[in-house]
Design a protein around this ligand. Structure first.
Ligand SMILES: Cc1cc2nc3c(=O)[nH]c(=O)nc-3n(C[C@H](O)[C@H](O)[C@H](O)COP(=O)(O)O)c2cc1C
Length: 168
């Protein structure tokens, strides 16, 4: 698949087969995150690979919109350090998206669980032992897809202006 096909065919997958994810696949996903752009090349992230089912279950109980993590064979938590970057949320989002795209290109299904500033962040940080001054940007849930949802997008003519906001 070329990049635009990967981008367009990626969907948020929330149902998974129980098959494990290999170390090679995990490494490829992490590499995609590592090579994301970041403000001033600050690379303000750490990735916590959730290998143990016990941890995934514990964390899932803190994620109001991510309970399905307990049914997945893998999760990756993206932690950002606000002191290390002028744009920690954007940096962590870029790393998260890179990992979602790589997971999809490997034939895996994944879903972004938003935690940053949300109601789930404090409890999830406690479970993962994340220091007070670090932020939990997202949790990526990953597995072999057991569903194939469809999505639409707003059309280009709806979302695109020329030269000035509002000018079609
Ligand atoms: C910042 C962000 C936070 C999200 N949080 C959640 C979440 O907590 N739970 C969930 O099931 N999906 C979450 N999603 C996935 C979106 O619901 C999904 O991307 C959107 O519905 C479009 O569907 P698609 O990814 O299949 O194209 C999140 C996506 C983003 C970008």
């Amino acid at each position: 698949m070329d990049i635009i096909e990967v981008i367009k065919t990626r969907r948020s997958i929330r149902k998974y087969k129980p098959d494990p994810i290999s170390e090679e696949e995990i490494n490829k996903i992490l590499e995609a995150g590592r090579w994301a752009p970041s403000a001033d090349d600050s690379q303000p992230w750490n990735f916590i690979v959730l290998r143990s089912q016990e941890m995934r279950k514990k964390l899932a109980s803190e994620l109001i919109w991510g309970r399905f993590l307990s049914q997945a064979p893998l999760g990756i938590a993206v932690v950002v350090s606000p002191r290390a970057s002028s744009h920690p949320a954007e940096d962590g989002a870029a790393a998260t998206q890179n990992m979602l795209l790589e997971a999809h290109s490997l034939g895996l299904g994944a879903c972004w669980i938003g935690t940053y500033g949300g109601t789930s962040e404090a409890g999830a940080k406690k479970v993962l032992n994340i220091p007070e001054n670090e932020r939990l940007l997202s949790v990526i849930v990953i597995g072999r897809p057991a569903e194939s949802p469809q999505k639409m997008r707003r059309t280009l003519s709806e979302i695109t202006f020329t030269d000035r906001y509002g000018r079609r």
